[in-house]
Design a protein around this ligand. Structure first.
Ligand SMILES: [Zn+2]
Length: 349
């Protein structure tokens, strides 16, 4: 039987292959924590010729994901990344505060504070409810709580849930997104660096739609695929299944009835790493949803015009952001090189 590759976003079977992820160099150090990483997690990297999406093929099965995320290895990987990101330097606390400030600043650029104010006025002072999917170490959750949101975090990792309680005092629920009861509603849902790990991002958007109040917004942050030369490096990370650009992310959202409202795009160098992230805020619109199904070409053209405006704005914000950080004299966050991360892991035993 011939297996046809389908883009996980637009379902087109037109693609070019960039070869195996292992052909991009050694799999990243995370691979050492799972059994037989090459046999099990090596995949072809495809690029969709219709929407530009980059994804592994064949896509992981649920059993693959269970091996990746249930392992003690995932915990050690998170610890290594988090520690190295926030605490390689002697001034770990300063780095952490700098990172929290960065989240607040980025949130301001995305209009979240305004959203919070409008919500308060409309709802007799009640704070907007925010759900953070995959809270991890809780930095974002804490920053949003400090902003005034009534926050709820969900995660599947017991050690991370305990860490958030210890560090910030927030209770994170241990529950998968798909198991959330949709009678519970939120005004804002956030997903930081989550969708590049999934096998079905459409299911994520559909579930978020059901959890949002009318006028609620969905904030998604993910690495950008299109920045030259980086994709290969990122696909060496066996936890990554796909990379978006501005269009493919907006297309995923639009297919589920969401319109892009705001966007930021941030580049920074950290040691040998070059990072490029986009953060987009979407709003569900039932009329647009119905229209998209019937008039897809028109809807995409309209969405593209919104997107080009947002991209221009995001470039401006990126420049302002760099100036702001320079003025503060804050050190950039130091992300680990492979060598430092590996030595962290070794020290952690
Ligand atoms: Zn596609």
């Amino acid at each position: 039987m011939q297996v046809i590759a389908h883009c996980p976003i637009c379902m087109s079977d037109a693609f070019i292959s960039h070869g195996k992820r292992s052909a991009q160099g050694n799999l990243n150090f995370y691979a050492q924590f799972v059994p037989n990483p090459i046999d099990r997690f090596d995949r072809d990297i495809h690029e969709c010729l219709q929407c530009g999406m980059q994804y592994i093929y064949p896509m992981y099965e649920n059993g693959d994901l269970a091996v990746l995320y249930d392992s003690e290895g995932y915990q050690r990987f998170r610890n290594a990344i988090s520690k190295a990101a926030l605490a390689t330097a002697a001034n770990a606390d300063a780095n952490k505060i700098d990172y929290l400030n960065y989240i607040l600043e980025r949130s301001a650029a995305l209009g979240l504070a305004r959203h919070l104010d409008t919500h308060r006025q409309k709802h007799k002072g009640r704070a907007a409810r925010l759900l953070d999917i995959g809270s991890g170490e809780g930095h974002e959750l804490h920053a949003f709580s400090a902003m005034g949101f009534d926050v709820t975090g969900i995660d599947l990792s017991d050690p991370l849930i305990a860490e958030v309680k210890r560090t910030y005092g927030h209770e994170v629920r241990k529950i998968a997104l798909e198991d959330m009861d949709t009678r519970e509603k939120f005004d804002v849902v956030t997903a930081f660096h989550l969708i590049e790990h999934l096998k079905d991002p459409h299911a994520l958007f559909a579930k978020v739609r059901d959890l949002l109040n009318p006028d609620g917004i969905f904030l998604v942050e993910t690495p950008v695929a299109e920045d030259g030369g980086l994709t290969a490096q990122r696909f060496r990370d066996i936890y990554h299944t796909m990379f978006f650009d501005h269009f493919s992310l907006a297309l995923l959202a639009a297919k589920n009835g969401f319109i892009p409202l705001r966007m930021t795009h941030r580049h920074f160098h950290a040691g040998t790493y070059f990072h490029s992230y986009m953060t987009m805020v979407f709003q569900y619109n039932p009329v647009f949803h119905a229209m998209f199904g019937q008039f897809e070409t028109v809807a995409i053209l309209w969405m593209k015009s919104i997107l080009s405006t947002l991209i221009e704005d995001a470039r401006d914000w990126g420049r302002n952001d760099l100036r702001y950080r320079h003025k503060l004299g804050a050190e950039p966050i130091r992300f680990p090189t492979l060598a430092t991360a590996a030595s962290e892991i070794k020290q952690a035993g």
